[in-house]
Design a protein around this ligand. Structure first.
Ligand code: HEM
Length: 195
């Protein structure tokens, strides 16, 4: 570790591991439910466990991505992150939105769209959060000593990943259109840009 601000990555990775562990717990709840051992049904019905399991997956993956970017970019740009405090704020708000979403699922607050269950108001907070992340990474690269190919590819990958989250928020009463936009996020986002 060459730069002090890279330490922020540690907290992203720790969060990533915690969320991953929670995802596995919900996986087991579903696995047991499939075998007929569904004692938690009244508190955690199957659809709640499923939404929590898959959304926690998206969350830990993003936490891992973000932590990696905060670790790699200072070394690529040869400077500290433009603001370590904002990076911690970004982590805390990311976790706050995620926890609110997971608690919400247990009280029936969800959109019911597979993988995009997060309710709309929280979607907007995700957008603000990701914009802050992109700003911190972009500003570090643009004010850095070097603009390497690695940094550029990473930045534009992250930017397009952020943009492709938006189609899932296009309001429509038409279920076919909704499925179409949902497909954009799930496939273009996860399989196109994420990979
Ligand atoms: C011991 C660990 C795990 C258990 C017991 C478990 C259990 C399950 C079960 C029972 C389902 C099916 C839900 C249904 O019938 O609708 C499921 C779905 C899913 N799990 Fe896991 N899981 C585990 C780990 C993971 C991990 C590590 C990942 C990803 C990194 C993951 C990703 C998914 C996804 C994406 C789905 C949804 C699949 C779909 O919609 O077709 N799971 N999991």
């Amino acid at each position: 570790m060459k730069y002090r601000s890279q330490k922020v990555a540690y907290w992203f990775f720790a969060t990533c591991m915690l969320l991953f562990s929670l995802q596995i717990i919900y996986g087991f709840i579903m696995g047991f439910a499939h075998m007929g051992m569904d004692g938690l049904h009244n508190i955690i019905p199957f659809h709640t466990a499923r939404a929590t399991h898959t959304n926690l997956l998206v969350m830990w993956l993003l936490a891992g991505f973000m932590g990696s970017a905060y670790y790699i970019i200072p070394e690529e740009a040869e400077r500290e992150l433009v603001s370590t405090k904002l990076a911690y704020l970004q982590l805390i708000s990311f976790v706050a939105v995620g926890i609110t979403a997971v608690i919400g699922f247990h009280f029936g607050w969800w959109e019911g769209r597979k993988f995009l269950e997060i309710p709309r108001p929280l979607d907007y907070l995700v957008v603000v959060n990701v914009l802050l992340f992109i700003y911190l990474i972009g500003a570090t690269i643009w004010t850095g000593k070097r603009k390497t190919t690695t940094a550029m590819v990473l930045f534009f990958g992250l930017l397009t990943a952020a943009l492709l989250y938006l189609p899932g928020m296009i309001p429509t009463d038409n279920q076919t259109m909704d499925s179409y936009w949902r497909w954009w996020v799930v496939h273009l986002w996860v399989e196109g840009v994420g990979n």
